[in-house]
Design a protein around this ligand. Sequence first.
Ligand SMILES: [Zn+2]
Length: 487
Amino acid sequence: MSRKPANKPNTRVQHPEISKLTIWRRLFTLLLLFVAISSAGATPAADTGRPKRIRYVFLFIGDGMGPAQVSLAESLMPDGKSLAMTSFPVLGTALTHSANRLITDSGAGGTALATGFKTTNGTISMAANRLDTLRTIAEMARSKGMKTGIVTSVGIDNATPACFYAHNPDRDNYYDIAVQMASSRFDYFGGGYAEGDFPGKRARSTGFRGPIPGIMEKAGYRIARTLEELRSIHPGTPAWAYAPYDRKAAMDFEMDRSSSEMDLAAFTREGIRLLDNPAGFFMMVEGGKIDWACHSNDATAAARDVQAFDTAIREAIAFWKRHPSETLIIVTADHECGGLALGNLANGYTIKPELLKNQRISSQRLAEKAAAWKQNGTVSYRMALDSVRVWYGLAAAAPDTSLVLKPDELTRLGTAFSDQKPDTFAGAVTRILNERAGIGWTTNAHTMLPVQVFAMGAGSAEFGGIYDNTAIARKIMKLARIGSAGK
Ligand SMILES: [Zn+2]
C-alpha cells in the first residue's frame, strides 16, 4: 500500500523560459510519437488505442463450455501446459439468458452471438416473434466483401452453426436449415455432416428438393471427405468438408477419434487457407461436442473436447501472428451445460482430476458397446466388468485404491447392467469415476451460469467486463465496421 505525504505543497513551477516555440516543438514531438505507436501494430497485450478496421475476425464458441469445463480441461493438460484460451490478455463475462427463458438453448444462444438480439429458445436467427429475420455478423461480413467460414464438430445444420447462415423458426427443421447453406453463398463449411440429409429429417420438410450434397454441388461447392481432398481445393473455391460422422451427423468425440480422422484444428487450418484474402474474413468455429459430453455428464469427454477446441484456437493465433494489427480472436460459450462442479463432499478439500486419465473411451462409446452386448447376448456381467477395468480403470481390485469398486458400487453397476437401456450402464460407470475424481453434475441439461469471454488481438480491450451475450455480436459489428444490429 502506498501513502501520499500529507499536505504536500504544490511543487510544480511554471518556467518562464518556456517559449511558445518550445511548446509547439513538444506538441509536434508528441504527435510524431503517437503516429509511431499507432503504426507499430498490436502486441499480444490488449489494444488500448482506437483500433483500425479489423479485417479478420475469429469467433470460437465452446458449446456448453462454462468456467468449470475450462478449468477441468486445463487441469488435464499434459506436462503442466496451459490452454491457449486462458493465456488471452482480456477476460469478460457474458450473461446467457434468452428472450423467454433464464436458461437458453443453443438456438437462442447462437442467435444472440450471431445477431446481437435475444430470441426465444429453439429459434434460429429470427426475432422472438419467430417472424422477422435477423441479419447475422457473418452475413454482414459477406455483404462487405469479406469471406465467410463456418466450422463445427457437430452437424453443420445444428443450432449453433445454423444461427450464422440460416433463419428458421424451429431448430428441428434440419433439412430446411441445411439447404440454406447453399443459398447463403458462404465460402466454407467444415466439420460435421448435415443431419437434415438423413431420411427422417428429409421427411419432416415440406420443401424437399433432393439430397443436400447435390444441392451444394449445384450451387458451386466442392465437397471434401478427407484431408487430401480438402487440401486439393484452391482458395476462392466454395467448399464443404466433412469428417466421418455418427448417427447425429457429428464428428466423433475427440477421445474416440482415430488418427486418420480430421480434427477440429484441421478443419480450422484448412478453412483459414481457403478464406485468407486481402478483403478479410469472418470465421466461426464451434466446439459442439463439449455440450454433448456435458449432457451425458461425461467429464473426461468434455475436457478432451475443450482441449481439441483449444488446439483449433491455436490455428487462429498462428494466423494472428501474421496480421496482428487486423485480427481479432474471441473465444466464448453459448451457455453452460451439466452444472459441472469441481469438488464434492466425499473428497473434501481435494479433487483428483488425474483419475479421469484412466477413462479411454467416451461414455457414449461405452453405451454403444453395451448395446452390442445386449444384442448378441454373449457378454456376462463379469465380462462387462472386465471391459470397465480396461476402459475406465475401475475394478473390484486395482493397484490404485482410488479406483477400487466398493460393494455398493458393484451392486449399482449390476443393477444398471440388467437395465434394458444400454445408456444406463455406461452412465453408471461414468458417474462412479466422476465421483471418485471429486466431480459433480447437477443436471443433464443447460444451466444459467454466465460464461467467459476470452479476447486477444486488435480491438480485444472492448471485451473486458460483464455484459449480455448480445453485446459480443454488437462489438464485432462495430470493430469490423460491417453494420449494426438489425441493419
Ligand atoms: Zn446442449
